[in-house]
Design a protein around this ligand. Sequence first.
Ligand code: IVH
Length: 685
Amino acid sequence: MRWANVRYLYKMDVRARIEQLREELHAHNHRYYVLADPVVSDREFDALLEELVGLEASHPEWKDPHSPTQRVGGDLTDKFEKVAHRSPMLSLSNTYNAEEVAQWVERVKGGLPDEEVEFVMELKYDGVAISLWYEQGNLVRAVTRGDGTTGEDVRANVATIRTLPLQLQAGAPDPLEIRGEIYFPWPDFEALNLARREAGEQEFANPRNTAAGTLKLQDSKVVATRPLDCMIYNIDAQTMSGAEVECHSEAVAMAKVWGFKTPEGRRLEVAQSVEEVMGFVSHWNEARHRLDFAIDGIVIKVNRYDQQKRLGMTAKSPRWAIAFKFETERVRTELKSVRYQVGRTGAVTPVAELDPVQLGGTTVKKASLHNADQMARLDLREGDMVFVEKGGEIIPKIVGVDRSEAHGEGLFAPPAISFPAACPSCGHHLRRKEGEAQHHCPNRIDCPAQVMGRIEHFISRKAMNVDGLGEETVKQLVEAGLVRDVADLYSLQKEDLLPLERMAEKSADNLLQGLKQSKSVPFERVLFAFGIRHVGETVAKLLARALGSLTAVRQATLEEVTAIEGMGPVIAESVTTQFQEEAFLQMLDRLVSSGLQTEVIVKAPVGDAMEGEVVVVSGVFDTMSRDEAKAAVTAHGGRLVGSISSKTTMVLAGENMGPSKLAKAQKLEIPVVGEQDFLRRIGNI
Ligand code: IVH
């Protein structure tokens, strides 16, 4: 009886602590992301967050979708609920020049005779529209535009966006509907594509589509790894009437106080005349190239709500707002030639070499041609004058040929550039799989381009990080026949290196030293360095931690790999197929014998923090495999048991612990300890 009371009191304390942490973290988030004025260090913040994660894991009964911990991605949604919009999500009519803007201004003034009209201009964010619903200050729904009348509730995914408050600051209207645009900032988009390139995966074409695709992902944990952002642009006028705000620009300022990220500085301005509006437009038409996110124009709105209301709307768009769309910048230049790049996975990509030209603030020398179909559509010839555009994409593309500049007729016409039948690197006949757009060189083992690509990936910074070995040396080594695969690197001798161009005694020593040092690179990075398709840095880490050793990865079946957290059938297929390839396995044996790391090193924790505990380990953990968790329990004096009984004193619970187990633990009042809490108890963090 006494025990139960103590436990009850303890529970109440924990509950209060959880609430306190949530409140503090919400406030810190607001200061950090919105006010850009943090009062604690990142470290202090992380410590608070971890404490909360730990407590929530041990007390799943107090889980709260509004908790700051939910930023890491919560529930698995398998379909999205359809939700009717409270008011339709309209689109805007477009204008393309000053004259059209002037005509719209006239129409507005005609609709508001004898009234002063003030305009407000904002950037037109190139992303995905979202309607955010808050009740009692909590984000309860995040609804996509859908068909304008009905959208889908993607709240779990939107909740991962760090610049969006899950809980509003005090004083915000209740309920509140607020709309904005979710977008993928350029630097994060580029980083994502780099990771995909390294994993041998298809890169995403542009940030807008990637943002849209990301919002529809089923697994919000994946969404949480993609740093989306959200800017607010529309606050329901009805709501604002309660707050005694009379115009859009004031409402935006209020939204900032409630905790939202809103445009600042020159990103939102008011104007009285067409000239001022156009001044804003031309400033941003040029300055947009320096923004770290994409915009496709400017939105011009009538500022005052009462005037907006009187102007009303047409079936499709409001009369009180209009978009000015920027021209996609397009330049004309000469196509010098087409080069074919063979990647490490054998994919062949045509790249157009151009006469250098200025476009969107950078000099463009190359353009992507994607694949053979795209080339055939364009019917290209060397020397053609082509149009190049850089729209929402990072890599400029050829959108057409200037046919007014004929490239000769009949016999004098240069031949159309056609996709080669043979690999430009090894001469093997190229293949194109049924239904795929890309050509592949099937000569995996000997194709110099693929070999070089694999070696370059293997030695790269995030993989084996071999100092003293650059692209040029790799090329020489491969061409001289000294290196045919990555395993050959480790049998290189100084006398092999010295005859190479620009290879002095010192640089040879450095290279050999770099290779030697790479032998201590941890196993997860070795696994990444193999360059297996779909196995990027993150997947490699997950695989290594789940399976523990190269031997285990080698032997893992398709089902076993699929069952690992974070893996899917495509990755599993790629991994298991790779580990069946005879030549690859032989190469692996040679690599292993040269002494690379082939096992995950677990810090051996020794102590007595688990003394007297009878522990059931269940679920999946983030930083350790289940076997490692068990080893840590025993290493700290705990005793393991397989199932929960009245003798059990603790359940060490990872994610996905079965609900029946949880219910049983609760019924027997056995404390359920989360991963972070456990690690803290054994002094590992
Ligand atoms: S105001 C009635 N402001 O552009 C619609 N929209 O083509 C009021 N957009 O669906 C929209 N930036 O997704 C507004 N500063 C901004 C915007 C913006 C981007 C998007 C929005 C809208 C689309 C209209």
